[in-house]
Structures are given as C-alpha cells and as structure tokens.
Write a protein that binds this ligand. Structure first.
Ligand SMILES: [Zn+2]
Length: 292
C-alpha cells in the first residue's frame, strides 16, 4: 500500500472524510419564528426582536439562521433542516403552535432531536392543548391561574455555571417576568438559568392578567422563582424557556441580550463562544422595525 509520510492512503482518506463530516455536522440551522403584531409599539415586538436576533447571530461560524414572520411558516419543509426552532409570539389559546396539526408536526421533528425554545408569551399554552408537549419538549409552560405575569425587576446576581451564561454579568431588568411556571414533576431535568425571589408586593399583585392575587402565589412569599431554564432531552434535542421579553427596549441591556443570543446558539448544539455572543445594539437600532 502507498504511504504518504508514513500514513497509508486509506488512513489519509479516512481522516479527510472525517474532517468533512465534522465540518458538515458543525453547520447548524436555527429557525426564528415571529408572531403577529399584538401590543402597542415597543411591546411584544416579535418582528423587530427576531430581526435583531438574526442580525446578531447570522455571522457566527457554522450557524445558518432563517426567519419567518406573522405567526408560522407557510411551508412545513422549513422544519426539515432545522436543528433548533425559537418561538417569539403570543401564546395561550391563540398560540400558533397549537393550531391545525402543528403539535404533531413539531413532535415528529422533536423525535429526530430538534431543539425548541420559547420566549415570553410563547411559553404559554393551554394545559390540555400543548401543555404536556411543552413539559416534555422544553421542561414546562405558563399555565393560566397557576403561573403569574406581574411586572417586576429581578436581580439576577447569582448566575449558574452553564454555557448560556458565558460572558453574562449579573443584571437587573424590569420586565413582565412570568413565574410559578408549570414544570415537569419535581423539575426533573430542568436546569434553572435565571432565578430570583419576587418581593412580597410582587406576589400580592396585581398581576397583568388575571389580576389576582392567588393564594398559592402569596403563600410562597420568600421563595425563589425560575424565570428562565434549559433542558437536555433524551432524544438529544434541547429545550429552553425565557419568560421576559415584553419590552423591546430591554434588548438594549448588554447582558439581557447576550443571555438570549447565547441561549439560541446553545439550542442549536453549537459551542457558545467563550465570552458569549457580543453584539452592539444602539438606541437607534432599538427604534428600527417596530410595529405601528
Ligand atoms: Zn407581555
């Protein structure tokens, strides 16, 4: 057998082919889906938020980013090549993912290891229509009358050691941070990422809707709450929930946005950069693409 510098041709071919495979495997496809416009300008800015995510992530090596607007892609085929899908849209009974046969569609892709993330209202599905799936796919969901949605300003000063926190410094941002999320039983497999203890005033309400207060929320005064989390599923896919995102201006906070960009990279299975995803977002940037 011919030898090149002591390596057989067969061995060399194996190494080269191996490299090609690694390169191919390292290109990941992230699908960002923005819901329809729903709130006043500056709130639930799904489209502007997704455009910002795409701008900040599209240059990362090995990452291919696609965007879809107004609720849901028309062609189911976009999911065929998706390594991760991220939902930023209004949820509840009108959640695009529970319309038509989309839960079954997503289940098929979850079964091949596709990752799924959901942000703000998109973490809310009815408990008997998508609740079970969200529990399995991303670890939990917002459940009306069990979860709450007050505006408050947590202090994320105690950050865990997780790739999503790379380069993220402690931060504090006022948002409609939902909590008392309905997690899997005993929170099995759920890794808390952002945690803080709401004040007694926050628990006493009023919440945005329904106003509350609820006994089980008030009784838990002093207890910490998880407002963002991650799961790694047995099928190899990953899941992620982030309950903030009401105000578009919060993308102006460097750590808030780095946390979100990191989470999207992590969802795809790519390595989060050592110091996290850096992307400048100016005051002017925050005024772009807003809903009327
Ligand atoms: Zn909101």
């Amino acid at each position: 057998m011919k030898q090149i510098a002591g390596i057989s041709i067969v061995a060399l071919a194996t190494i080269l082919l191996g490299c090609q495979n690694i390169e191919k495997e390292q290109t990941r496809h992230l699908v960002l889906i923005a819901g329809e416009a729903s709130h006043q300008t500056g709130e639930h800015e799904h489209r502007a938020g997704v455009l910002l995510m795409e701008r900040c992530l599209s240059g990362l090596p090995g990452l291919e980013v696609s965007m879809y607007f107004d609720g849901w892609p028309e062609d189911d085929a976009v999911f065929d090549t998706a390594d991760a899908v991220h939902l930023f849209m209004d949820g509840g009974g009108g959640h695009p993912i529970i319309q038509e046969d989309r839960l079954a569609l997503i289940q098929r892709h979850i079964d091949r290891g596709m990752s799924l993330g959901a942000m703000h209202y998109a973490v809310e599905v009815p408990k008997d229509d998508g609740g079970e799936q969200f529990m399995d796919w991303i670890g939990g969901h917002y459940e009306t009358y069990y979860s709450v949605n007050p505006f408050w300003t947590p202090d994320f000063s105690n950050l865990p050691n997780h790739p999503i926190l790379r380069g993220v410094e402690p931060f504090s941002v006022r948002d409609e941070w939902y909590f008392s999320i309905r997690f899997r039983e005993d929170q099995v497999g759920v890794t808390p990422l952002l945690v803080d203890t709401p004040s007694d005033e926050v628990r006493d309400g009023p919440y945005v809707w329904p106003h509350g207060p609820y006994d089980h929320i008030v009784e838990n005064k002093g207890k910490s709450e998880i407002v963002s989390w991650a799961v790694e599923r047995k099928d190899g896919g990953r899941g992620y929930g982030f309950t903030g995102g009401h105000f578009h201006e919060n993308w102006g906070d460097e750590n808030f946005r780095k946390f979100l960009f990191n989470s999207l990279v992590w969802l795809t299975g790519l390595d989060v950069p050592e110091n996290g995803v850096r992307c400048i977002v100016t005051e002017e940037d925050l005024m772009e693409n807003l809903d009327e």
